[in-house]
Design a protein. Structure first.
Length: 256
């Protein structure tokens, strides 16, 4: 009888500890959810404020200034659209519904388009950009829109976390049947503490937030999932704060 009571008591203790663990996990999840919602609200408010201000001014502006105001509104709308798209992608990833429309894609065309899309941002920040691309056709089986998204995210990230007058490099090489794409910079780098988790959702390096508070910390998560969905992998390296970073994407080439 005594032994049975001891065993029953032990089971109760285990059950209580398990319940405490579950409660703690639920509280952490709720806290993270609140933090994410606050971040989303903040990121959406940022572009909405200038849109509202521009809309008020447009009523009183001369007609020759309207095209410029329209450009400013369009850039802010695109920012909101990218944020919503990234959030939707993260949601699709968690439910296994991320869609990839595969076809044979010339990666050189995708690379050149990505450079053209990101170059104005780097020029505006007086950043030095160097691209080393091979000649010829480099065919990859994948979704051209998603492949462009990978490159745009990496290049935009490099520009975002590299100070004015900094350097950003895009290097592309071919190794047997693999395409290797490197995006490197001499920007703020990634701390040793954050580096192992840099591709996890909603993870942001503390010193990166201090440098540029914008963002939800999901862009690199999207990059990793898209690269892996194309049969490739992405690796991040950095020697620490202030020492730049490098992101290397490898993708299988199509053999004809």
């Amino acid at each position: 009888m005594f032994q049975e009571l001891r065993e029953a008591n032990a089971q109760l203790v285990i059950a209580a500890l398990s319940a405490q663990d579950l409660q703690a996990a639920a509280e952490r999840a709720l806290s993270q959810q609140k933090s994410v919602l606050a971040l989303v609200a903040h990121e959406l408010r940022n572009p909405l404020t200038p849109i509202s201000m521009i809309a008020e001014r447009m009523v009183r502006l001369p007609s020759d200034q309207l095209p410029r105001m329209c450009e400013l509104i369009e850039s802010q709308v695109q920012r909101i659209s990218r944020l919503v798209d990234d959030l939707l992608d993260v949601s699709r990833m968690s439910t296994g519904k991320l869609r990839i429309d595969r076809r044979d894609v010339d990666m050189l065309q995708v690379l050149n388009d990505a450079v053209d899309a990101c170059a104005p941002v780097m020029t505006k920040r007086n950043q030095h950009f160097d691209a080393t691309l091979p000649v010829g056709i480099l065919m990859v089986s994948g979704d051209p829109g998603r492949l462009a998204q990978i490159l745009n995210n990496l290049l935009a990230n490099a520009a975002k976390y590299t100070p004015a007058d900094g350097c950003i490099k895009l290097s592309v090489t071919v190794d047997t049947d693999v395409l290797k794409i490197s995006v490197s910079d001499n920007g703020i780098g990634v701390s040793a503490k954050a580096l192992p988790f840099i591709f996890d959702p909603y993870v942001q390096d503390e010193h990166a937030i201090g440098f540029n508070g914008a963002g939800l910390g999901i862009g690199l998560t999207v990059v990793r999932e898209l690269v892996e969905a194309h049969g490739g992998k992405v690796v991040a390296t950095s020697e620490g704060n202030g020492k730049g970073s490098e992101f290397v994407v490898t993708l299988p080439l199509v053999n004809h």
